[in-house]
Design a protein around this ligand. Structure first.
Ligand code: AMP
Length: 611
């Protein structure tokens, strides 16, 4: 606290800092606060979010303003409503020891009349998105003539979003005597020209290297085929049961689709993008902030500047084209000195992008393999066991039920009870992942392509076709058939090719190396009281005929998986009633706020034009 005092901050402001538990100033605070407290000089801070820049400008601002006076004295412009809300909320906290502070956040997508009322009641600080501020200016609700300080936060992003004209208009409507504090993660020409046009001899401060990712972020990539992206995402999430993460997509549609699929598959996820109404976005952010949701699926614009503590993982579902966007994304984790992991799920063609990012960020990316089903199950099992070990028991609530429970389970030994409770949750993962295929793409295939490789092995005749006297009439679909094969015979998922399930019989392509063992394993096998007969189908050549479900080698794997394995069409280990073991809320709850209709609102107030 002393170190903050040394920067020149007074008691009232120090009180807020103490309450927040800040002990030492961050580098930008240390250097910016004494300069900004003079209240006289324009200022440029080249800093990313996560550096503590909100306090760097917020604390001096609060000290400089006259809160006995109700007039609007400071204006903070930020690119998105989320950031506006966050800045306003941070300022409220910093101002805990100051009386009569009125801060109002105004942004598009929310009722303007309410914001007008709040402003009319007197707000010394207005935090605004440029578009909404101009609406309010046009309605003569805000008077900028007595503004002392204008803060432009994330200036580069505001310009990226097309707010140049709006910023010009706003700054032209503020007095020449104002001081301007500009913060930007990067300094493109457009930001330079704003500084040149509206600022006088600014004090410039650079914190951290431009484009440098935070030191405490580990960068990891997983290499899969493009169509396995979603499966890889699920496996990564399942392998990290305590994940609290943001999944970045490139488009609103994609983020909605990924969120919808995750919700359907039983994950506690929701989407955040510009097609949601303000109310929906607030709700989603609220749930994410209070951690009642585990995965936020977001677009870059919507998630811009979001500061939620303890985000463990950022997942690039699709990599952005721009390394700065990647840096912004990964900066959502490892905040305030914590560490975090930034993951990219990429396909073979995108390895070049990783190398480029490595050069630009001067950081090494680690290639990790998508965990196999066994590894996921093991991880989930231990997670579950740990949860059982550490769960807080509400003794009073459960006491009344215990005699009945004990009665019911009386004949089971302790070991048996443990086994059964574990199996209850764990079976779902075991079932789902039992035959999950390896979805890692092989980097050595980068030139030929995975499809080419599969085609080759087929044409070389690596599969033979088996006839089996079981089919849909026996209640078997491709998934169940695969499970049966793997249960009875020593085969693994990848050794099983295309299946053609008929009514009372089926044809199954099996890796030639495994055929003999499958034939042997089924010898004498019974299914629902019926003897199973498996034979080598005469002339594997027939296999190209009508009983095939068509497609190439790639498709074959899909056919199987869609129905039975770790594939897009199934519902995932978390679906099928009840809660999954990762501490997830039940699907209905997620779906309630996630799948909701679109409100037709835009991301931020993108590319708003005053005319
Ligand atoms: P910002 O860059 O303003 O988005 O801040 C990033 C995070 O760092 C926020 O969660 C702040 O609450 C936190 N923070 C800012 N300054 C400090 C400080 N001096 N000590 C600890 N945490 C801080």
């Amino acid at each position: 606290m002393e170190s903050f005092q040394k920067l020149g901050l007074d008691q009232r402001v120090l009180q807020g800092i103490a309450k927040l538990g800040f002990e030492t100033p961050t580098p930008i605070q240390e250097q910016a606060i004494p300069e900004l407290l003079t209240g006289k000089r324009d200022f440029i801070g080249l800093a990313q979010t996560g550096t503590g820049k909100t306090a760097a400008f917020g604390l001096p601002l609060l000290q400089l303003l006259d809160f006995e006076n109700k007039k609007t004295q400071a204006l903070i412009l930020a690119p998105t409503r989320e950031l506006c809300v966050q800045i306003a909320s941070d300022l409220e906290k910093f101002a805990d020891g100051i009386r009569n502070v009125h801060i109002v956040a105004v942004y598009g997508g929310a009722a303007i009349s309410r914001q007008m009322d709040q402003i009319r009641r007197g707000a010394q600080i207005i935090v605004a998105t440029p578009g909404r501020l101009i609406d309010l200016l046009d309605r003569k609700c805000i008077n900028l003539k007595e503004i002392d300080t204008v803060v432009l936060d994330e200036a580069d992003e505001m310009l990226n979003m097309g707010f140049q004209e709006d910023i010009d208009y706003i700054l032209e409507n503020t007095p020449d005597t104002r001081t301007t504090w500009l913060f930007s993660a990067t300094m493109p020409q457009e930001v330079r020209s704003i500084a040149k046009k509206y600022m006088e001899n600014p004090f410039e401060l650079t914190v951290g290297k431009k484009n440098a990712g935070a030191e405490n972020i580990e960068h990891v990539y997983y290499l899969v085929q493009a169509r396995d992206r979603y499966l890889a995402l699920k496996r990564i999430v399942d392998f990290n049961p305590d994940i609290f993460g943001i999944v970045f997509c490139r488009t609103k549609i994609e983020s909605q689709e990924v969120a919808d699929k995750l919700i359907k598959d039983g994950y506690n996820a929701d989407s955040l993008h510009g097609d949601l109404s303000q109310q929906q976005r607030d709700k989603v952010m609220g749930r994410f902030r209070d951690r009642s949701m585990q995965l936020l699926i977001a677009t870059d614009v919507a998630a811009r500047g979001i500061d939620v503590s303890n985000v463990t993982h950022v997942i690039n579902y699709e990599l952005p084209d721009d390394s700065e966007v990647y840096t912004h994304r990964s900066g959502r984790t490892a905040r305030a000195g914590k560490s975090g992991i930034s993951i990219a799920i990429i396909n073979l063609r995108e390895i070049g992008k990783i190398r480029q990012l490595e050069r630009q960020l001067n950081r090494k990316f680690k290639h990790e393999r998508v965990p196999d089903g066994f590894a996921v199950c093991e991880k989930q099992l231990w997670h579950l066991v740990h949860k059982v070990h550490t769960v807080e028991v509400d003794e009073a609530a459960i006491a009344g039920y215990l005699p009945g429970i004990n009665d019911e389970l009386a004949e089971l030994s302790k070991e048996e009870v443990i086994k059964r409770f574990t199996a209850l949750e764990f079976n779902r993962f075991l079932d789902y992942y039992r035959n999950a295929p390896d979805i890692n793409a092989d980097a050595s295939r980068a030139t030929g392509g995975a499809g080419a490789e599969r085609g080759k092995s087929r044409s070389q005749g690596n599969y033979g076709t088996l006839f089996i006297n079981l089919g849909s009439a026996d209640g078997l679909d491709a998934g169940k058939m695969l499970r049966l094969l793997c249960d009875v015979a020593p085969v693994k998922g990848p050794q099983v090719g295309r299946m053609d399930i008929k009514g009372v019989y089926s044809f199954i392509d099996i890796d030639r190396d495994a055929i003999t063992s499958v034939l042997e394993a089924f010898n004498g096998e019974m299914f629902k009281g019926r003897k199973v007969r498996v034979d080598l189908s005469e002339g594997g050549s027939k296999s190209g005929g009508s009983r095939r479900s068509g497609g190439d080698g790639e498709r074959r794997r899909d056919d199987r998986g869609d129905r039975g394995g770790d594939r897009g069409g199934d519902r995932g280990p978390r679906s099928g009633g009840g809660r999954a073991s990762g501490g997830y809320h039940d699907r209905k709850q997620s779906a309630g706020s996630g799948g909701g209709g679109y409100g037709g609102k835009r991301d931020g107030e993108r590319k708003r034009r005053r005319d």
